[in-house]
Design a protein around this ligand. Structure first.
Ligand SMILES: NC(=O)c1ccc[n+]([C@@H]2O[C@H](COP(=O)([O-])OP(=O)(O)OC[C@H]3O[C@@H](n4cnc5c(N)ncnc54)[C@H](O)[C@@H]3O)[C@@H](O)[C@H]2O)c1
Ligand SMILES: [Zn+2]
Length: 362
């Protein structure tokens, strides 16, 4: 088992990564000073696969199973969690355990943050994206119909248990989308990670569980070192938005239905790679390294039928915009460049170039 500590304003979060880590929950909960049988919150996909068994082994009540899906990451689900906690008589000193993907851990973490003004929580992420991204760094929240993650709070889990075995049931498309975030993270802080995953990626069976554990732990280490230095995204943490400026616009322009988040980020990475190359901050070799890693994810849902005007329109409603405009993060040969102003013509050219490469299958 690999262990990583993330330091935040609520104190340390202990992250444990490895195959079979869920079986060690009793000892890990104890070590993290959490109650031994916390109520389990999950969704209806993960419940029968992993969460019911986890709750049973802990001697906890059967899990509350929420409706899965980004469109259900809502107040009402957080409220349902609070009601369940109340029904179970959970008090200030209690805790909850969230078992699921990023939608579930964001919602359950938010409920933990506001229930009786805040109780502790533990996360057992069950998607690759959840492991390397959503469960690390303390952001919790839900969506409004106006936009994603518009309501939330920083409320880090005390314990994160990433059991690699659960990835065996994750659909290949979800796994590949999670790898897009791994590629992003690798570019920011651990380039060798790019050489550790298979070509092309079809699913969990491509690599032994130990290899997945290595990938997950390395990606978490990079994110942990960044959020430990800047939990509230005052500056440094923004580098984690590499590929996300255009990615968010693609998601919004298609009503969050066409792309998985990681797929939109993958397109975003290809776009910023071109912009950085045209500006001379990314060499052709480095550009090739980044784009070939994205290429290994296989075909992405198309972008070539989306009008560039429509996409660019959505760039301007990004939550992270500053007075100056939307800040872009660009990849460079040895890291990333923050707070870059990117012009409309550059975005249009990048969109034309990546949609052409998508159509040509490259
Ligand atoms: N808090 C953060 O810092 C942060 C960072 C990145 C993303 N996020 C959030 O994460 C969310 C996306 O998370 P996601 O990509 O994990 O998607 P998700 O939570 O929607 O899960 C994807 C799908 O896989 C199912 N699933 C989960 N684990 C499974 C398993 N082991 N086997 C079979 N099916 C499984 C889920 O039920 C769901 O249908 C977004 O809402 C995003 O805002 C948060
Ligand atoms: Zn992301």
């Amino acid at each position: 088992m690999e262990r990583i500590t993330v330091h935040g304003e609520r104190g340390p979060s202990m992250v444990v990564v490895g195959e079979g880590a869920l079986a060690r929950l009793p000892a890990l909960l104890d070590e993290a000073d959490l109650p031994p049988a916390p109520p389990v919150v999950t969704d209806t996909n993960v419940g029968p696969l992993w969460a019911r068994e986890t709750a049973r082994r802990l001697g906890a009540p059967p899990p509350l199973e929420l409706v899965p899906g980004e469109e259900n990451k809502q107040w009402s689900q957080a409220e349902a969690i609070c009601r369940r906690l109340l029904g179970l008589g959970v008090h200030r000193g209690g805790a909850l355990l969230a078992v699921g993907g990023g939608v579930l851990t964001d919602t359950a973490g938010f409920a933990a943050a506001v229930y009786q003004r805040g109780i502790d929580w533990a996360a057992a992420p069950t998607t690759l994206l959840g492991m390397v991204d959503a469960s690390v760094g303390g952001k919790t929240g839900v969506n409004l119909s106006e936009g994603k993650n518009l309501v939330g709070v920083f409320w880090a889990p005390r314990l994160v248990v990433a059991d690699i075995a659960v990835l065996a049931t994750l659909p290949g498309r979800e796994l590949r989308a999670g790898l897009a975030e791994v590629i992003k993270t690798a570019w920011i802080g651990d380039r060798e990670l790019l050489d550790l995953f298979p070509t092309p990626v079809s699913g969990f069976g491509d690599l032994p569980p130990g290899a997945w554990a290595g990938i997950v732990a390395r990606a978490i280490r990079v994110k942990a070192s960044i959020v430990t230095r800047d939990e509230r995204e005052a500056g440094l943490r923004q580098v984690l938005n590499l590929g996300h400026t255009l990615g968010h616009a693609l998601e919004a322009a298609t009503g969050y239905t066409r792309f998985l988040h990681g797929e939109a980020v993958a397109w975003g990475l290809l776009a910023v790679a071109w912009i950085a190359r045209w500006r001379g901050v990314l060499s052709p070799e480095a550009h090739g390294r980044l784009t070939s890693a994205v290429g290994r994810l296989g075909p992405l849902p198309p972008v070539d039928d989306l009008g560039p005007e429509r996409i660019v329109e959505h760039l301007t409603v990004d939550k992270k915009r500053t007075e100056r405009g939307v800040p872009w993060i660009l990849p460079s040969d040895d890291g990333v460049l923050e707070g870059q102003d990117v012009s409309r013509p550059e975005v249009f050219r990048a969109l034309a170039t990546i949609s052409r490469s998508g159509r040509d299958g490259g």
